[in-house]
Design a protein around this ligand. Structure first.
Ligand SMILES: [Zn+2]
Ligand SMILES: [Zn+2]
Length: 737
């Protein structure tokens, strides 16, 4: 351990995107990783001691730190920051910013006016009132400051002020919350879950790894309902009992009430939950609790990986294939991969869990780097649903008639005869139906029938989608909305919509099954996890007959009375532009199929398609996950695509086309040679324009073992970056837009 004395000059890393560290003089002893407060241009920052000062500045130019804290990040965490920076090409300061993201983590809590929500108020539930109610629910109804409400519910200050005035929000206390211990629980195995033989075997293997220490990766591979959760709960309890900290990471959508209560009944106390919708006070208390080592189990989304963990003993990544682990806005990183990197440095086991593991993970099981643990049996004896295709070439959907009185007209349908028959039958049996279509809105294309004019976003080079619910056109790239025109703005003729979104299916169902009670689930109608859970509980209580939705529906909910799943357009996604299209389609359809027949009744899944012979669909129908994955991986091996090769995407954006083109040409002119790989581009990105910024992209490929990152970093550093140019580097990109 490097100990520094008072007066020593050290390099301090500041949580700042452009930062690689500045030299400061210590005014008290510190070690590598110690938190220090320092000033830059009269602003106070919390940073960490990163190493010996090496700026070579004269003594009198080096400022002193303001204060040295009595808390540190473990040396392993600093190594991880460094390695993560090398891998993602984010600066170390940008990575540290993900860890130090609590503004007043080291100051006394703020004194603020807090408000609580009056759930008993007999007021109409408007959309914003519902969002605010949900914000309180996600924080266990603790009183909140106005800023918290605005940030979490995504409403304006004036909406909040209005609700304070009308009494929906009640002033509660005007003091700081100072109960930092409120999240410190003691856990122990309640002993109320008996693992079956398969589960015990898997749990024992992980337990062995925990006992012996060292880095290892397990894939807990089993279909929905096979009991993966109880296996990793077992491992978590063992690590906790041994005095270690445990991170259980999952996609936001999986943090359900169902999950929380399972946790509490097994662990004897509720989990500490970490996600993006917490109040500032809650974030602060949890962050400090983790730093002090008093909070040792956290259930959270990808950002929980960046808590100031002490003595980490186990990381679980549930739904490891989920694309929500990939962060793309503020620096590009994959939280699953960074968790594995972290575990390798901490020398601890990681457990990945999934019913449809990613091909990267399956390849690492195949080559022996990871240990595969299979769970085959479905719990409670429920059988897997029967999966069949409906050939749309032979079963063209009939038009349907709107019951609009005089204005009744025939509308082209999207639901085929066999699917409608199956829906009828299911409803007659008083069972439930789920219809899945992965497209928001009513229709993706709005076009003039006469002159061919197409509604496009002014700021982005993409078409506008028609959203009937709000009666507007919406750009799915930038979110811009505008009114739906009555007539073609170009020639004045009639406008038509083409393609099918969830809203269109909803109106077709309303016409064909007027008595069915339906619910629509898409990111436009579901603003929060709570609003999804309201639909879930209505499904459970039988208040909904048919639920229609996008991929939000694919995630693990258990509906015993759901026996029919219809996939409206199984072809969508099969022919995407990136090499993961087939894999992602397979995973999604497989997950959707897993929703049916989880109770005592067998389930049925119908996939509407024009290509019933497509290998992805045939593999899904046969339930042949492993065979499908193998075939897809063979294709990737030939094409040297990940995991058999590496890719780095460099997207260059500029608000002046000429400057952007010149800069890209300059980069291309100095592109280095890569042994066994190449630099492709520049080409216009698939979406060339977003919010009036133009986008070009390079794609760099290389062998599995090639060290591409330093090559790319040196190359980009070669050409001076003009003003108003943004360079985004994405290692192992998932999104190819
Ligand atoms: Zn026209
Ligand atoms: Zn747009």
């Amino acid at each position: 351990m490097d100990m520094f004395k008072s007066g020593d000059v050290v390099k301090v890393l500041i949580p700042n995107v452009v930062n690689t560290g500045y030299d400061y003089r210590l005014n008290a002893p510190a070690e590598i990783g110690t938190f220090v407060e320092c000033r830059i241009m009269n602003r106070a920052y919390i940073g960490v001691v990163w190493g010996i000062g090496d700026s070579g500045l004269p003594e009198n130019k080096i400022k002193s730190v303001v204060r040295v804290m009595d808390k540190s990040l473990p040396v392993e965490t600093l190594q991880w920051i460094k390695r993560m920076s090398d891998w993602t090409l984010m600066t170390p300061g940008a990575v540290l910013k993900l860890i130090i993201n609590i503004p007043d983590a080291f100051s006394p809590p703020r004194v603020e006016q807090l408000y609580s929500f009056d759930f008993d108020a007999k007021l109409r539930m408007t959309e914003s009132r519902q969002s605010i109610a949900d914000a309180f629910t996600s924080n266990e109804n603790e009183p909140m400051a106005v800023n918290d409400i605005v940030n979490i519910a995504h409403v304006s200050q004036s909406v909040v002020r209005g609700m304070i005035k009308n009494g929906t929000l009640i002033a509660s206390e005007s003091r700081a919350i100072e109960n930092e211990n409120r999240f410190i629980y003691a856990y122990h195995d309640m002993g109320n879950v008996k693992l079956n033989a398969e589960q015990s075997a898997a749990a024992d293997k992980i337990s062995n790894a925990l006992w012996h220490g060292g880095f290892s990766v397990f894939l807990l591979d089993g279909i929905t309902g096979s009991g993966k959760t109880q296996v990793y709960f077992d491992s978590a309890l063992r690590a906790y009992k041994a005095g270690k900290s445990v991170l259980l990471m999952m996609p936001e959508i999986a943090l359900t009430a169902q999950f929380m209560s399972r946790f509490e009944s097994r662990f004897g106390a509720p989990p500490v939950v970490w996600h993006s919708n917490l109040t500032a006070a809650r974030r602060r208390d949890i962050w400090r609790g983790v730093l002090s080592g008093d909070i040792r189990i956290v259930v959270g989304t990808r950002s929980a990986l960046f808590l100031p963990w002490q003595n980490l003993g186990l990381i679980v990544v549930d739904e490891e294939h989920d694309t929500s682990y990939k962060q793309e806005d503020m620096g590009n990183y994959h939280a699953r991969d960074m968790a594995i990197l972290r575990a390798s440095i901490e020398k601890i086991p990681v457990v990945l869990a999934s019913a449809t593991p990613s091909e990267e993970t399956l390849e690492n099981v195949a080559n022996g780097k990871y240990t595969g643990l299979k769970l085959n049996s479905r719990f409670g004896g429920a059988t897997l649903p029967k999966i069949e295709t409906i050939d749309l070439r032979e079963n063209r959907p009939e038009p349907y008639r709107t019951s609009n009185g005089e204005n009744a007209s025939d509308i082209a349908g999207a639901l085929s005869g066999p699917l409608c028959d199956a829906i009828h039958e299911t409803l007659n049996n008083h069972q439930q139906v789920m219809l899945f279509i992965n497209r928001r809105g009513f229709a993706p294309i709005v076009q003039c029938r006469k002159c061919g004019w197409v509604a496009t976003c002014d700021d982005c080079s993409v078409g506008m989608n028609y959203h009937k619910r709000i009666g507007k056109l919406m750009c799915h790239m930038c979110g811009h909305v505008e009114p739906m025109p009555d007539k073609c703005p170009n020639c004045g003729d009639d406008i038509s919509t083409r393609g099918v979104g969830v809203e269109k299916i909803e109106s077709e169902i309303a016409a064909r099954f007027p008595n069915a009670r339906t619910a629509l689930v898409s990111s436009d109608t579901i603003a929060s996890r709570q609003s999804l859970e309201r639909i879930v509980s209505k499904m459970e209580s039988g208040e909904i007959d048919i639920v229609i939705g996008t991929q939000i529906l694919a995630k693990g909910h258990h509906f015993p009375n759901l026996t029919l799943v219809g996939v409206v357009d199984a072809d969508m996604g099969l022919f995407g532009t990136d090499f993961r299209a087939a894999e992602h389609t397979f995973q999604q359809l497989f997950q959707v199929a897993g929703r049916a027949g989880r109770g005592e009744f067998p389930g049925r899944v119908l996939l509407q398609t024009y290509q019933p012979d497509h290998p992805v669909l045939m593999a899904i129908c046969a339930g042949n996950r492993d065979e499908f994955m193998q075939a897809d991986m063979d294709g990737r091996r030939v094409a040297k695509m990940p995991p058999y090769g590496q890719l780095i995407a460099v997207v260059v954006e500029g608000n002046k086309e000429s400057v952007l083109q010149k800069y890209c040409a300059d980069l291309a002119a100095v592109a280095p040679n890569i042994v066994g790989g190449k630099i492709m581009g520049p080409v216009p990105a698939q979406v060339y324009q977003v919010r009036n910024w133009y986008r070009m992209r390079f794609l760099i490929s290389g062998d599995v073992r090639a060290k591409l990152q330093p090559i790319v970093a040196n190359w980009i550093a070669h050409i001076k970056q003009p003003a108003n140019i943004r360079v985004k580097i994405d290692v192992n990109p998932v999104n190819f837009m």
